[in-house]
Design a protein around this ligand. Structure first.
Ligand SMILES: [Zn+2]
Length: 242
C-alpha cells in the first residue's frame, strides 16, 4: 500500500466531501491502489476493504491511531492510542463463496461488500436485512430441496448472520474500553473510515493553508507547492512567516 501524496489527499477530499461514506472509502482506496479496477475494490468483502483502509491510514498518516471517548456512566474522558497492527484482525477466512451447514440445511453465501451496503442504504432495517439475504445467499437447500433466500426460517437467518460475521472478522471491530475513574467497561465500535476521513479532512485543510501562505509570499502555483516534500514545505513556511 503506497501512501497518499499531498495532491492525492486534496483530490480525494474534494471529490468525497459531498459524497456518501461508502464512496469516500472507495475513492481513497482507488487513489492508493490505482492499478486495482474500481469494480474490484467495490466487490471486496467489507473486512478486506477495511483492512486496506487501515493500511492506507498507516502508510499516509502513521501507524498510531489516537482515540477519544467518554465514560457512558460517569463522563470521564478516556484517551488512548492503538497501533494499526493491533486493529488488524485479518482477511476473511476464504475467498469467494462460503458454506453454512446446519441440521438439514446447506447455504452457500458470499460476504457483504460495498455494493451491497450501497443497495441497502436508507432502507428500513427489516427490508435491508431481506435484501442483503437475497443478494448474499447464492444457493440454499432445506432437507435436500433447493429453496430461495426468502424461504429461510428465522433461526437459520440468525445462524447465517453469525457465520457471515465470523467469516469476515475485520468487518466489525469492537474495542473493549475501561474507565479509569469508575472502572465501568464498555465496547466501542471502531470505524476505520471515520478515522481516515477525519485525517484526510484535517490534512487537506492544512495543505490549503500552506499553499495559501506560500502563494501569498512567493507567488508559487498550487501544483508546485503540493509537489514539494512536507519537510521542504515546512522550511519555506518558516521562512515565509519569519
Ligand atoms: Zn466512568
Amino acid at each position: 500500500m503506497r501512501a497518499l501524496s499531498a495532491p492525492d489527499v486534496l483530490r480525494a477530499w474534494e471529490q468525497g466531501a459531498r459524497r456518501h461514506a461508502l464512496d469516500r472509502a472507495l475513492l481513497l482506496l482507488s487513489a492508493a491502489l490505482p492499478e486495482e479496477p474500481f469494480e474490484e475494490l467495490a466487490a471486496l468483502p467489507l473486512g478486506s476493504r477495511d483492512l486496506r483502509l487501515l493500511e492506507l491510514r498507516a502508510a499516509t498518516f502513521g501507524p498510531d491511531l489516537p482515540f477519544f471517548a467518554s465514560c457512558p456512566r460517569c463522563g470521564q474522558a478516556v484517551d488512548f492510542t492503538l497501533s494499526a497492527a493491533q486493529l488488524a484482525v485479518g482477511e476473511p477466512a476464504a475467498q469467494g463463496s462460503h458454506e453454512l451447514r446446519s441440521g438439514g440445511a446447506v447455504i452457500r453465501f458470499r460476504l457483504p461488500d460495498s455494493r451491497d451496503l450501497a443497495a441497502l442504504d436508507g432502507r428500513p432495517s427489516e427490508e435491508a436485512e431481506e435484501l442483503l439475504l437475497q443478494r448474499c445467499v447464492l444457493e440454499a437447500w432445506l432437507d435436500g430441496a433447493a429453496v430461495s433466500a426468502a424461504a429461510l426460517p428465522a433461526g437459520l437467518r440468525q445462524e447465517l448472520a453469525k457465520a457471515m460475521a465470523e467469516a469476515d472478522p475485520q468487518a466489525e471491530i469492537s474495542i473493549d474500553l475501561g474507565c479509569p475513574a469508575c472502572e465501568h467497561r464498555w465496547p466501542m465500535l471502531f470505524d476505520v473510515l471515520t478515522v481516515v476521513w477525519s485525517d484526510v479532512t484535517r490534512q487537506a485543510n492544512r495543505l490549503l493553508q500552506e499553499v495559501d501562505a506560500l502563494a501569498r509570499v512567493y507567488g508559487w502555483r498550487e501544483d508546485d507547492v503540493l509537489a514539494m516534500s512536507a519537510h521542504r514545505r515546512a522550511l519555506y513556511l518558516e521562512m515565509a512567516t519569519a
